[in-house]
Design a protein around this ligand. Structure first.
Ligand SMILES: *Cc1c(COP(=O)(O)O)cnc(C)c1O
Length: 449
């Protein structure tokens, strides 16, 4: 499979190069040049397959030409070793819990899968074993998922850039306490500033001449595409409950950078019968505005209690436009949008807890409310519960007025010592830091993963 850039000045790129580069040279995002539909038989029997087996079929369609089958199988099985339950909250509304992985957020799948794929490709390409530096900007959950996915992987150093004071303390400890090949960088700015620093680093000739840089944000195809697996599993589980419900499945995706939703669009193009999508936003509703007006106007993000969605310039919008050949009308027929204020999110969390006993996190709350507000008769809604509520402990406890339990996995992180490098939001400072800190090239063989 060859990849082209959404800016159309680059094409014919191998998966290997697309993953190692992250972003195309023309600053566009890589897209596969075709999407193969999986034969109907697969969907007829999907409810009889394990999550790993169905994901492998999807992975094979996406990556099978470029990754050795055994290796690809290992990547999939090694990544999807946790449960993704579908929980019924109302007659026709389900929560797909994507938070049972190592860092309790849906990004664990992309983080781990990408670390395995990148490691595989650099061993193949990198004869002199030059250290690869992964730069990742985070509004909270990406940093922890990527850092934990890459922890201890030889030949790769990860820099996590996060906005000072704008991620929850529990999120912060998941990437600042790891040490080894993970460096946390605390940027005096917003998430958008962090993302801008990363993008500037990729475009900087002097930096790229000296060091190998790549991105583990959802701009990287190996990060965002594996998220498509979740949608197949949602459908399969719903089909087990009711064929009719599965055929009228609407998926609601709490969205920030729109990597997760874009992965869902790929699943649909691969033949998965998703009726339509709803993008749920917090007050950062640039996408909703686009749906309403046809104009896409990025602006600075504002901080909300659903902080992983505080994105003012969603990078995967370029992929959505590309998938629909820039047709606003076509996009509007398959995706609708909605946005909620902090007060509305809090109200949803309280009401849901009271009426169903279910604990929503602030992001999932946007998804649940969107289905309540927008589901049409005959449709069945599945919202992606993107993170465990305990990741936003202070917020959730304050809203609900009660203590919530912290899963053991999270408590482990909280025991570590926080270490991070303070950084201004000026690119010159970040560049100087990287140049001064490029760790020495590792010696010897890279460890097989
Ligand atoms: C990252 C994240 C989102 C947004 O996902 P995108 O792929 O960036 O749209 C939503 N909720 C949580 C908890 C997240 O961590």
């Amino acid at each position: 499979m060859k990849y082209y850039s959404t800016n159309k000045k680059v094409s014919g790129v191998s998966l290997e190069d697309a993953v190692i580069k992250g972003l195309a040279e023309d600053k566009g995002l890589f897209m596969p040049d075709h999407i193969t539909e999986i034969p109907a038989m697969f969907y007829e029997n999907i409810d009889k397959l394990s999550f790993q087996d169905m994901a492998y079929t999807a992975a094979y369609m996406l990556f099978g030409e470029d990754v050795h089958a055994n290796m690809l199988r290992t990547m999939v099985y090694d990544t999807l070793n946790f449960d993704v339950p579908l929980v019924r909250l109302e007659e026709n509304i389900y929560s797909l819990e994507l938070f049972h992985g190592p860092t309790l957020a849906f990004k664990d799948v992309g983080g781990r899968f990408m670390s395995r794929m990148l490691s595989y490709f650099i061993q193949r390409q990198n004869e002199n074993h030059k250290l690869v530096n992964v730069l990742v900007a985070t509004s909270g959950d990406t940093g922890s998922a990527v850092a934990n996915g890459f922890l201890g992987v030889e030949g790769i150093h990860v820099y996590v850039l996060y906005p000072k004071g704008l991620v929850s303390p529990i999120q912060e400890c998941q990437f600042t306490t790891l040490g080894q090949n993970i460096t946390a960088i605390e940027v005096d700015g917003t998430f958008d500033d962090c993302q801008a620093l990363v993008k500037s680093a990729f475009m900087d000739e002097a930096l790229n001449a000296g060091m190998k840089l790549t991105s583990a944000n959802s701009i990287n195809v190996a990060r965002f595409l594996p998220q498509a697996f979740y949608y197949f599993y949602a459908y399969a589980q719903l089909k087990k409950i009711s064929e009719a419900a599965a055929h009228n499945m609407v998926v609601c995706v709490p969205s920030g950078n729109f990597g997760n939703l874009t992965a869902g669009l790929f699943a649909k193009r691969m033949g998965l019968p998703i009726k339509r999508f709803i993008a749920a936003n917090n007050r950062n509703d640039i996408f909703l505005e686009y749906l309403k007006t046809g104009e896409f106007t990025p602006r600075s993000s504002v901080s909300t209690i659903a902080n992983a969605m505080d994105v003012g310039d969603p990078s995967n919008f370029a992929r959505i436009l590309d998938l629909y050949s820039n047709s606003h009308e076509a996009i509007c027929t398959e995706i609708s949008g909605v946005s909620y204020t902090d007060e509305q999110i809090a109200e949803t969390m309280k009401t849901c807890k009271k009426e169903t006993g279910y604990l929503l996190d602030p992001h999932g709350a946007c998804g649940f409310q969107a289905l309540k507000d927008m589901l049409q008769p005959g449709e069945t809604g599945v919202f992606l519960e993107t993170a465990h509520p305990a990741k936003f402990l202070e917020t959730v406890e304050e809203i609900l007025g009660e203590k919530i339990e912290i899963p053991e996995k999270l408590q482990e992180f909280m025991k570590g010592e926080k270490k991070s490098e303070p950084m201004s939001k000026k690119f010159e400072d970040f560049r100087a830091y990287l140049l001064a800190n490029d760790p020495p090239t590792p010696k010897g063989e890279l460890r097989e993963l």
